[in-house]
Design a protein around this ligand. Structure first.
Ligand code: MBD
Ligand code: FE
Length: 280
């Protein structure tokens, strides 16, 4: 008998942290701007401590919990679930093309290149699900097709697990970089992901449970669409009528991002979604 390693919060957390920490980021924040932001952060703490009369017990529990968030590698998860949606909202205001959404903690760069019409890498057990086809065209704001645009896609399996962040799933499962054809068209065959549950065995999940909130995101596809001379868009697509759409724990759904797939002649569920990119 073989035992498969079940994913743990600490496992997916440390993989997400290692993936992110492997890159070095910089921002051109001036000392004046940093000071202004930090002043407001601490003013926010000050106000909430006063308002809620935070006790020493609560302060020590917070300190211990924050240490555990770091040790469990859950900073990417915690920040992307509770903070990233506002960052995305503020930074996408100037764009006129397709709506974006948060990246989340599970993007991996350099997924295998696939042709315009492609099936994502999947295990035999994934292939037993009803095929789901996402197809469409990538265009610029003027409506011109973007030949050779790339559609990077990553999503959970039918149990809600992501390759690269769950040890029982092979590398690059349900991930790919699809290169659109000369007309900017693409057609991706995959399966429908399951809703995603924040792992309940880590500090983020413990906190959500302690607050009496639910830990669910509606089923979603993650996409990053790029075209020559265009601003790449990071987004997510959801399914009409799905559970948790109105109470996504990550607050990352938008009405423009809903898919309503219909069965095609081959019994696959199929839906069209076009992407419009803003110039760089
Ligand atoms: C996910 O799959 C996700 O998309 C986000 C934003 C947070 C946690 C898990
Ligand atoms: Fe996700």
């Amino acid at each position: 008998m073989t035992t498969i390693e079940r994913p743990t919060a600490a496992g997916s957390g440390s993989a997400a942290t290692a993936n992110f920490a492997g890159e070095r980021f910089t921002a051109d924040t001036t000392p004046e701007r940093l000071s202004a932001i930090a002043t407001d952060v601490f003013a926010g703490f000050s106000a909430l401590i006063d308002k809620h009369e935070i006790t020493y017990d609560e302060y020590r529990v917070l300190k211990q919990w924050l240490i555990e968030v770091g040790e469990g590698g859950e900073w990417p998860l915690l920040l992307d679930v509770f903070v990233e949606h506002d960052i995305e909202e503020v930074n996408s205001r100037k764009y006129k093309g397709s709506k974006g959404s948060i990246e989340g903690p599970y993007y991996l760069a350099d997924a295998p290149l696939l042709p315009a019409k492609a099936t994502l890498p999947m295990r035999p057990q994934d292939a037993r699900e009803t095929p789901f086809v996402l197809h469409g065209q990538v265009r610029d704001l003027a409506g011109a097709p973007l030949a050779g645009a790339t559609v990077e896609i990553w999503h959970a399996d039918a149990e809600g697990f992501y390759s690269g962040f769950a040890p029982h799933i092979p590398d690059w499962n349900l991930r790919g970089t699809v290169v659109a054809d000369g007309e900017g068209r693409y057609e991706i065959t995959t399966i429908r992901p399951a809703p995603y549950q924040i792992p309940t065995d880590g500090p983020t999940g413990t906190f959500i449970e302690a607050a009496g909130w639910h830990p669910w995101r509606p089923a979603h596809l993650h996409l990053r669409v790029s075209g020559k001379g265009q601003h790449p868009i990071i987004t997510q697509l959801y399914f009409t009528g799905d559970r948790w759409l109105d109470s996504d724990v990550a607050s990352a759904t938008k009405p423009e991002l809903l898919l309503d797939p219909k069965p095609d002649e081959q019994g696959r569920n199929s839906v069209r979604y076009d992407f419009v990119l803003d110039p760089e």
